[in-house]
Design a protein around this ligand. Structure first.
Ligand code: FMN
Length: 360
């Protein structure tokens, strides 16, 4: 909770209203994924814990959406929580994601072959349940995480979905799961409180189809999604940083995401993210290409990002990915990282999620 309060202090938000989001898994079993632990939103205890975070964010005059996400084949069957749940790791088909390294599981295994999901509607129901709990916790809306090679993305992508039933094969069938989840979220929240995030160019977690297939798949998916008139569609640009090299080649399919897919989006606000500079973001907004841009890594490494942008200061602090999560994950021996404000220093203890010092 303190982490959110601290990250949303006015010097970060520039004293303006801003939207934060956080990730919650609707699935009892899926606490682990290769990058970090994900928090859950499948029990009333979670709801009580989330309330503290949501209240802390609201106290700062900000809004917060709960990003609902199921990891599918990139969770790990040997993770303690997965074993305790008694559930297998599911994917659309028994196709393993290449790569991955679960550093905190003995032997640091890579991804495992998932069990094909027998009835996708049982996960649709879990998403709906998570949406109800997000409402109980006081969130302002939900964002469907359809990116990063997690379960929705795995169903959309023909390289991870080889099903021959109504959930695989044709474009309509591969998109069915994601669209049913969108519908379930809209049932709970109304379309104006539901957003979605997509990464057609793939890459991360062994995702990506040939360009022609990518375009027709996402044109259909986004056209159908747009019929709900969602609050926003966040089109994530191709990011080389998260695109692994597999068999000597980049795995993703780089293309101009905004130019290609924004014509499909007529009833929702278009947002974007992915390696934007402030100048680029400003020109995309003023040219009417997008309504807004999110910053991720620059925001982590510049506690005063909004002010720096406002006053034209350089974003000159190199982010250190070793500190993005914490030592629990076997990166560096300390969860602390010093990021300099333009006028003072803020030491962020990521391990304990506390602001440690702030001196002028
Ligand atoms: C530490 C860290 C955690 C992230 N967690 C999430 C997440 O929970 N959900 C999500 O959709 N994206 C997540 N991302 C991806 C970012 O939202 C963003 O898309 C990515 O960093 C690229 O944008 P940027 O160039 O502005 O950083 C995360 C990125 C980082 C560095």
């Amino acid at each position: 909770m303190e982490c959110y309060a601290q990250l949303l202090i006015p010097q970060r938000t520039g004293g303006k209203l801003s939207v934060a989001k956080t990730l919650g898994s609707p699935c009892r079993s899926e606490i682990f994924f290769p990058d970090a632990w994900a928090p859950g939103i499948w029990s009333s205890e979670h709801v009580e814990a989330w309330k503290k975070i949501v209240d802390a964010v609201h106290d700062q005059g900000c809004h917060i959406y709960c990003q609902v996400c199921v990891f599918g084949r990139v969770a790990h069957p040997n993770a303690p929580e997965q074993i305790a749940s008694g559930e297998p790791v599911y994917g659309p088909s028994a196709i393993r994601a290449r790569g991955g390294k679960f550093r905190w599981i003995p032997g640091s295994p890579s991804h495992a072959t998932p069990t094909p999901l027998d009835n996708p509607r049982k996960i649709v129901a879990q998403f709906k349940d998570a949406a109800v709990r997000a409402k109980e916790a006081g969130f302002d809306g939900v964002e469907l995480h359809a990116v990063s090679g997690y379960l929705i993305n795995q169903f959309l992508d023909s390289t991870s979905n080889h099903r021959t039933d109504e959930w695989g094969g044709s474009i309509e069938n591969r998109c069915r799961f994601g669209l049913e989840v969108v519908e379930a979220l809209v049932d709970v929240w109304g379309a104006d409180r539901v957003g979605i995030r997509v990464t057609p160019s793939g890459g991360y977690n062994d995702m990506g189809m040939p360009l022609d297939e990518t375009i027709v798949t996402y044109e259909y998916f986004l056209t159908e999604t747009d019929k709900f008139g969602l609050a926003y569609v966040n089109l994530i640009r191709y990011i080389e940083l998260t695109d692994p090299v597999i068999d000597g080649q980049r795995r993703g399919t780089a293309h101009d995401i905004i130019a290609t897919y924004s014509p499909m989006i007529k009833n929702s606000t278009i947002l974007s993210n992915g390696a934007f500079t402030p100048e680029e973001a400003a020109s995309f907004v003023s040219d009417g290409k997008v309504a807004g841009v999110f910053f991720g890594i620059p925001w982590i490494s510049h506690p005063d990002l909004a002010k720096r942008i406002q006053y034209g200061k350089l974003l000159d602090q190199k982010p250190d990915p070793h500190y993005f999560w914490s030592r629990r994950f076997g990166f560096k021996s300390s969860g602390e990282r010093l990021y300099r404000l333009s006028t003072c220093q803020l030491r962020i203890d990521r391990l304990n999620c506390k602001r440690v010092t702030a001196k002028q």
